[in-house]
Each structure stands twice: as structure tokens, then as C-alpha cells.
Design a protein. Structure first.
Length: 367
């Protein structure tokens, strides 16, 4: 065990001894996400570096404090990538934070989520034990897959020290098509195209200046992308499309801009086949072939918005509070869990962190 990891283990041991809450922090790029930020900061930046990378095996093992941009650059040199396009939001994000947040970018509906690419992990639990889960190949995953449970846990199970990730080659060809249409027509088209053998990778419907546009990204073999482009039609976008999708991934797109004081950003996760959801005339930005819909609405409309999401077969997350209220508010960020799922969550948290020292209140503010 190297010095950086030993220091973290010692810090956790001391915190567990006197029940001192710790706030695990990588680059802080996702501090806005989740419930409360509290406890003494336990930084992971010293746990940096790629420990193993086998391009021919499509596997990389990297320490949790490694900047996400550094990992992506190393993969790009070998013509590979993290296909789920983890959001950066701002500079400084780390690999550990990427896994802990469990957030995916525009391609998620076609390629899978962060958890689908986590093969193994090393974790310092609340007893100051260094645990190893999974491995570097898919066949090592058996029984209860703890490595993937870490995705989206927001640091409540322990300090992620290292992760092994499956990576994929960059697609040989890519094209972005634009179609002028209403939200209803966009959802209809996406569901229709989803049943065909097309190289669909990402989609986004957005309305600006009163006009709706569906953007469709195709990725795959050159012949497949060219054939699909010719078949689907639409207006093919220029080379700036890569920057456009990146702005969407990091919520730098103009639709996300502006702080209207009392307006929060809501994320609704619903079935792709769900119809247009009328939220007081609020026009969303729609991603993931209809499965992810962003709305701007006051936090106080939580019950109303969540009732609509539930009726559609999904759930709603208060993703961002306006800057003026980012640190306060009594509206739960995450939708209520069912009783059985809540019991599993609590049991896992107790097993991994019996003294409740890690990121207390980040998932459940009532802790």
C-alpha cells in the first residue's frame, strides 16, 4: 500500500474511532449534485495515475483521484473512449467522482450507463479496510456485483481508491442530422427509428425561439452511417457538431443557461415511449431517445412534477437548485424509494459504513 492510500486509510480509521463525518471530494465538479455537503473534507487528488492499460484488451485500471480529462486523453491516443460520455460540467472532475455520481452523457440510451463499464474496484470502507471487488474481465463478475453498486452511491459506501473500466474503440464514422419538428413528432420518430437496424447513438430535441429541432447522432461503420444518413434525410450538420454534443453533455448548451432566481433544473427519467408531459406549459429538453427530459420549474412544484413523472412510469430528480438557493431548501433532491429498495440501500450503507462517517446526508438529507 503506497503512502497516499495509507494516509487515507489512517484518516478513515481515526474518523471511525470518534465518529467524525468525512466528506469525500475529488475535483468538486459535482458538488451541486445530491443533498447535503457536510463533514471534514477527505480529498482523493493524491490517488492519481493510470496503473494499468491494455488497449488490446479494452481495459484500463485507474486511481480514483485521476482527472477525468487525463484518462480520456490517454484513451484517445489509442483511438479508444469511455462510450457513456461522462459529464464534466466543469474542469477538475475525477474518475472516482465519475463513478460515485453515476452520471452518463448523451449516448447513454444506446451504449449503457457508467455502471455497465465498471469491472472492478478497490474501496476503503468505514472500518478502514481496503477491499477489492470484481476484476479486469467481465467473467470475474459473479454474485452481488459490489463494483457496480458504487456507481451512483455518491461516496456513501466508502472511498473509491481505484477502478477498472471497460473501454471501446472510437467509432469509425459519425454524423449528426437535424430535423425541424414538434416534441410529439420527435418522440414518434425516435420510437419508430428505435425499432429499425440503424446506428443510433444519441438524440436531443430542443426548442429555441419557438422552433423545435430534433438532433440525431449516428455512430458506427462508415457504410452504416452513410446509408442511415441517406435513408433518414434531415439536415446534416458540419464539423461543429462534436462541440455541440459536448455542450449538451456538460450542460453548457444555451438551453441550460440563465438563473431565473426561483427556477430549478429537474431531470425526469421516464420510459422512452412516454408521451409529451405537460408541466404548466414548460417546454423540456429531451434526450436519450425520449428517456431523459429536462425541465426548468420552481423547487416548490416538487409534488406536482413528481406526480407527473410517476404517472408516466418514471421518477424526477431535483438536479440543480438555482444559485441563490443552492445550499438550502427542504425539497428532497431525489425521489422517494420504495420500501424494499430503501431497506436494501440502508442495509448496504450500514454494512460498508457502520459508523456513518462517509458523505452523511448526501443521498438522504434526513440521516
Amino acid at each position: 500500500m503506497d503512502q497516499a492510500l495509507s494516509q487515507i486509510v489512517e484518516r478513515v480509521h481515526a474518523a471511525a474511532s470518534d465518529a467524525t463525518p468525512l466528506r469525500i471530494r475529488g475535483g468538486g465538479s459535482k458538488d451541486f449534485y445530491g443533498e447535503l455537503l457536510q463533514g471534514e473534507i477527505l480529498g482523493t487528488s493524491a490517488l492519481a495515475g493510470i496503473t494499468s492499460y491494455e488497449p488490446s484488451e479494452l481495459v484500463v485500471t485507474v486511481r480514483a483521484g485521476t482527472p477525468l480529462a487525463e484518462l480520456e486523453a490517454a484513451l484517445a491516443e489509442k483511438g479508444q473512449c469511455l462510450p457513456f460520455e461522462p459529464p464534466h460540467f466543469e474542469s477538475g472532475g475525477t474518475v472516482g467522482g465519475m463513478v460515485a455520481a453515476g452520471l452518463s452523457g448523451p449516448a447513454r440510451a444506446s451504449v449503457g450507463a457508467v455502471r455497465d463499464y465498471v469491472l472492478g474496484a478497490k474501496l476503503v470502507n468505514g472500518r478502514a479496510e481496503l477491499l477489492t471487488f470484481g476484476g479486469q474481465v467481465m467473467k470475474n463478475v459473479a454474485g452481488y456485483d459490489v463494483s457496480r453498486v458504487l456507481a451512483g452511491s455518491l461516496g456513501t459506501l466508502g472511498v473509491i481508491a481505484e477502478v477498472s473500466l471497460k473501454v471501446l474503440p472510437v467509432a469509425p464514422a459519425e454524423a449528426t442530422l437535424a430535423f425541424a419538428c414538434s416534441q410529439a413528432d420527435a418522440l414518434r420518430l425516435l420510437n419508430e427509428w428505435g425499432g429499425r437496424p440503424l446506428p443510433l447513438n444519441a438524440s436531443c430535441w430542443v426548442e429555441q425561439a419557438g422552433a423545435g429541432t430534433l438532433y440525431l447522432r449516428l455512430r458506427g461503420a462508415v457504410a452504416a452511417v452513410e446509408a442511415a444518413s441517406a435513408h433518414l434525410g434531415g439536415e446534416r450538420q458540419d464539423n461543429a457538431s462534436a462541440a455541440w454534443w459536448q455542450s449538451l453533455r456538460d450542460q453548457q448548451h444555451p438551453w441550460f443557461a440563465g438563473d431565473e432566481g426561483s427556477t430549478a433544473l429537474w431531470r425526469l427519467s421516464v420510459p422512452q415511449t412516454a408521451p409529451v408531459l405537460a408541466i404548466d406549459g414548460n417546454t423540456p429538453l429531451v434526450e436519450w431517445h425520449g428517456g431523459q427530459r429536462w425541465y426548468k420549474a420552481p423547487a416548490e412544484q416538487a409534488a406536482y412534477i413528481r406526480d407527473i413523472a410517476h404517472a408516466a412510469g418514471g421518477h424526477a430528480t431535483l438536479f440543480r437548485m438555482p444559485a441563490s438557493r443552492a445550499a438550502g431548501g427542504d425539497v428532497p433532491r431525489f425521489d422517494a424509494l420504495s420500501a424494499p429498495v430503501a431497506r436494501i440501500h440502508c442495509a448496504l450503507m450500514h454494512e460498508f459504513d457502520p459508523h456513518r462517517i462517509f458523505n452523511r446526508g448526501r443521498l438522504f438529507a434526513a440521516e
